[in-house]
Design a protein around this ligand. Sequence first.
Ligand code: C2E
Ligand code: MG
Ligand code: MG
Ligand code: MG
Length: 286
Amino acid sequence: AAGRPGALGIADVNSAVVDMLQSTIGRVGQVRRILEQRDFHLAYQPIVNLVTGKLHHVEALMRVGDSASPAEFIAFAERVGLICDLDLLVLQTALDALKAAHDQKRAIPDIAINLSAVTLNSPLMVEQLQTVLRPYGIIARKLLIEVTETAAVHDFRGLNQTLDRLRRMGLRVCLDDVGSGTTSFLSLNELRVDYAKLDGRIVRGALTNSRDRAILHSIVEIARHINIELIAEQVETDAQLHHLRQLGVRYGQGYLFGKPSASLSNLDQGMPSRPARRTGKQVSWE
Ligand code: C2E
Ligand code: MG
Ligand code: MG
Ligand code: MG
């Protein structure tokens, strides 16, 4: 092929591969440094009961630097095999926050953390998760685990065994992003979980797009059949809230209720950023 105009010579291919490897190695180093220096923090976002308006728990979302998108960062960590370390560190950080509050007799809400299905599917990790959890005893009961199905998961039986072990330790489990491309109806049916989260794209699309609405309604129907509580993600408007309440979705999360925030303590009192009381069919924040 060399010599033909526009075709790549072997030297071009080599140098492209070297560039790619160098950039990957650079980024692996970046993730390693974040892990070793614990150079990240968790932002906490409220999940509220859509009927009472009361805070139910918070989701801990990882933040690295100012610009990095967590989704991209996590996907990269999965690809290069560092996701387990990252997830363990997040777990430890959330447990430490719960323990500090417990020791100081401060009230803080239950915390949901995200664990990659890659982590939960690794047989070695189950032991490690248990080792991290054990010293915290009943404090671990304040934890919820959000699991996102990824293409890497085919083994529902194995994943269910892991989820069962976590639930026996008192943790609750939530299937994340249901209705998105990654988490299917099948997983909702197969996995033993306490809650399922309606993917934000569907929640935001349901009022304007009839297919999104049909998917949302089907998930609500299935969840009712198998007795799983739903949490709607990315609720942004009163109209979305109204629709979700009409469908009987119990919990919600989104900018309408509060953005992810670095502080856990200003969530103690419920919902600080909303008007004091609303009337009619709307939620009232006390
Ligand atoms: P997720 O678990 O589905 O988290 C919900 C995402 O929706 C978060 O994005 C949150 O900031 C965003 N969000 C919340 N409310 C609204 C809203 O009203 N409107 C809109 N448009 N977006 C809203 P974020 O923080 O960028 O995280 C992206 C994803 O990265 C998460 O999706 C989760 O899958 C993953 N992730 C984040 N932290 C961790 C972690 O510690 N470990 C693992 N394994 N994954 C994590
Ligand atoms: Mg999540
Ligand atoms: Mg989600
Ligand atoms: Mg999502």
